[in-house]
Design a protein around this ligand. Sequence first.
Ligand code: TRH
Length: 388
Amino acid sequence: MAGITAKLYLMKIRWDIFCSVIDNFGDIGFCWRLARQLVKEHGLEVKLWVNDLATFSVIEPALDVEKEQQRMQGVEICFWDEDFVRVKPADVVIEAFACKLPDNYVLAMADLVQQPVWINLEYLSAEYWILDCHHLPSFHPYLPLTKYFFFPGFVAGTGGLLLEKDLLSNRVTFNNFSQDAFWQEMGLQSRRDGELYISLFHYDDAPIKDLLTACVISDVPVCIFIPQNLISDVISIFFGVNSPKVGQLLQSSNLRVCIIPFLDQKRYDQLLWACDINFVRGEDSFIRAQWSGRAFVWNIYPQAEKAHQDKLKAFLSLYTKSMSPEMAKSVFYLWQAWNGNGQLKNTWPNFVEHVAKLEEYNKRWIKQIISIGDLASNLIEFSRKDQI
Ligand code: TRH
């Protein structure tokens, strides 16, 4: 028996990840990270099927959008759409964020003697119901196939979060040795006394004007870094400039805004490591901000019937659980205001007061979320279980 298990264990080396880009960069951002990690740290053969190369190329400029098949960083990247040519399925098939697999791929899976491990990798949530659904099987209505739900998460009993082995040590090295060079590259020559650096990545309905106003009237000087392709009209109108260029520095009283390019994922991590506060959104940047250890503010992806409000509350209650009541309040009210519930200008000064303490708190938070293992390793372990 042990021999057979070992053999199966060794055989599950070919992985297919299917990614359907719904909007924005999060779907492909997450899948690209996962694919690279499975190759680099686990030596697996990974094909990343993606239906939108143009969006992919924004976060990975080295990608050739004309090529339907290419190899990058050890990952085979393949374009897919409705005209999917039948191929031999891999040993493990990841359907990212419940994207629908091509019909003939599913039929090909059913034709195999040994069923592939078919995983529906779900969206991240801190809600408790995911504990009941993580690893649940779902049987195909008429084919001999079973799909398993796999939920990323923050607590034991979930699939954990994406985290590369060397990310945290790279962060320390970068902050100790490379930060100054990074800022020079971003076009900033000098930091004002006590100036807070802030990175800004948000959805259109976030109250940007309120944030800018709060920074202008605050005693604490602030420099906000914004990728050029994400600058909203609100910012242009606020500063009275048309289409600000990369490298441009806008100023109003205590507030400076620095226009930076949209960075690749590696450089974006460095930006998060180097800022004091990171405004992030969606899923992937939200997680990267947590690994940065800096204070962060989440703009949650808006969902139908305001389902995202429950998600926001669930994460806030988990994350702030061990904070002092004052710190918890400073986070709670600012995050709620940033997501449309409350006045940001009333909450900003209090949050700013807690920035250093939040950084201390985040060290414990990181220890907590790291303790359940990283998502890629947890996926591999699940795919190798005997009963599957
Ligand atoms: O772009 P997002 O809003 O993505 C997603 C998608 O909308 C998805 O459909 C939705 O379901 C999900 O949100 C909740 O935000 P996210 O998830 O943070 O992804 C952004 C990616 O872009 C992430 O991989 C980081 C990367 N990025 C860079 O590489 N460079 C940059 O300069 C910036 C600002 C981001």
